[in-house]
Design a protein around this ligand. Structure first.
Ligand SMILES: *Cc1c(COP(=O)(O)O)cnc(C)c1O
Length: 407
């Protein structure tokens, strides 16, 4: 079976080639997946289509055509896959309709009835729901572990039928940074696959394959698309996991509209500049929040208050725009006065677009956490810091904290 990368290399939009490998990632990201044979236009066209016509019956049956059907294959898909492979590498990249389908695909691809999953207690809420409902129905069991657990502590949780270790770092609400290299070592010792939801870093600030992770999950809806106008996901994988992911992706018939694929490719060209501004702005806002009386803790992986900060310093090359704060206990009325009156922070799900967002999460809820009790008493607010001027964001939050105090 040929991998997507091999399929891609037959296509008219080859990866940047050997010369490209020595260039900086930023350079490769700008040039990856561009087909300059398209009459000189800088960007590849949007190929839409189901049927791909062959020159002859023997050409169709030979298996030698670049493309035979539009479900998973087109120059538009290849352009995005090649660009994503420039960021994280991996043997295979598959494009799926949402971040959530990028989360669920590896479970479907790597597990069989009777298998067991060890999964971090810090994962994205809908990931838990998928395990609790659909995977359970197919006879697949799971056990949550404290995201900050030492791998030795996992020895007590592993079973003979455990097949997969599932990580998300940092945890997308509570921001624990996991010791992924140590966890991968544990997984390897026991012959487990390791999958990681790497959405927070966009694959840019953390390199999962360098530390031996088998599968990297990207909700490309977030930073890769980057403009809050697309739902899309990607799964990148290596080795045996890659073959299984590619196979199950085909079996499930997952596809994505070519406009969304193209918009994500367009977003990717500016990924590095956007991320570095998100990083800078978020650090400035987070530092300011640390000094505020109403704020009990700032959970930003790049700041010392966040669990796993030392691991973050060791393993990540930078931080994105998403972090959480824990307020000192306040009345509901005061909390609503703070959040509802914000002018620059939208109240809404998702993140990774150019704009700032705020939302409350309750990690004490069994919908979000079960293995490791949440002991904080004040409300947790998750902030996404957008590309606005950070001083304006700080002024908006400052006015909000004054409302909170007065309420
Ligand atoms: C948003 C998100 C997802 C799901 O992405 P959608 O495109 O919204 O389905 C998965 N994992 C994490 C960590 C996310 O933040």
């Amino acid at each position: 079976m040929s991998s997507s990368r091999e399929q891609s290399s037959q296509s008219p939009t080859p990866p940047s080639g050997d010369k490209g490998k020595s260039r900086a990632r930023t350079t490769r990201l700008v040039h990856a997946g561009r087909d300059l044979s398209a009459h000189g236009f800088v960007n590849p066209p949007v190929y839409r289509g189901s049927t791909v016509l062959a020159d002859s019956l023997s050409a169709y049956e030979s298996g030698a055509m670049d493309y035979t059907y539009g479900l998973h294959q087109s120059p538009t898909f290849d352009a995005l896959k090649n660009a994503l492979l420039e960021i994280e590498r991996g043997d295979v990249c598959v494009i799926v309709p949402s971040g959530l389908s990028a989360v669920t695909l590896p479970f479907l691809a790597l597990l069989s009835a009777g298998d067991h999953v060890l999964i971090s207690d810090g994962v994205y809420g809908p990931t838990r729901r998928f395990l609790a409902r659909t995977m359970k129905r197919f006879g697949i069991a799971h056990t949550y572990f404290d995201p900050m657990a030492d791998p030795n502590a996992l020895e007590a949780l592993i079973r003979p039928e455990t097949r997969l270790l599932y990580l998300e770092s940092p945890a997308s609400y509570t921001m624990e940074v996991q010791d992924v290299p140590a966890l991968v070592e544990f997984a390897r010792k026991h012959g487990l696959f390791t999958a990681m939801d790497n959405t927070w870093s966009a694959g840019w600030f953390f390199d999962p394959f360098a530390v031996g992770v088998d599968v990297s999950i990207q909700a490309a809806t977030k930073y890769q698309a980057g403009h809050s106008d697309v739902l899309i996901g990607a799964v990148l994988a290596r080795g045996e996991a890659a073959e299984r992911i590619a196979e199950t992706h085909r079996d499930l018939g997952l596809s994505t509209g070519p406009d969304d694929v193209w918009l994500t490719l367009r977003g990717l060209r500016t990924l590095e500049v956007r991320l570095s501004r998100h990083q800078e702005n978020a650090l400035k806002v987070a530092e300011w929040l640390r000094g505020q009386e109403a704020v009990a803790r700032v959970l930003h992986p790049a700041l010392p208050d966040a669990p796993g900060h030392e691991v973050f310093q060791r393993d990540f090359s930078g931080s994105s725009g998403l972090f959480s704060i824990i307020l000192k206990p306040v009345s509901e009325e005061a909390l609503h006065a703070f959040v509802d009156g914000l002018e620059l922070f939208g109240i809404g799900a998702s993140w990774g677009g150019y704009e700032s967002l705020i939302l409350r999460f309750d990690p004490a809820s069994p919908r979000l956490r079960t293995a490791h009790p949440w002991r904080e008493t004040g409300p947790l607010l998750r902030l996404h810091i957008g590309l606005e001027d950070p001083d304006d964001l700080i002024a908006d939050l400052d006015a909000g904290l004054r409302r909170l105090k007065e309420a």
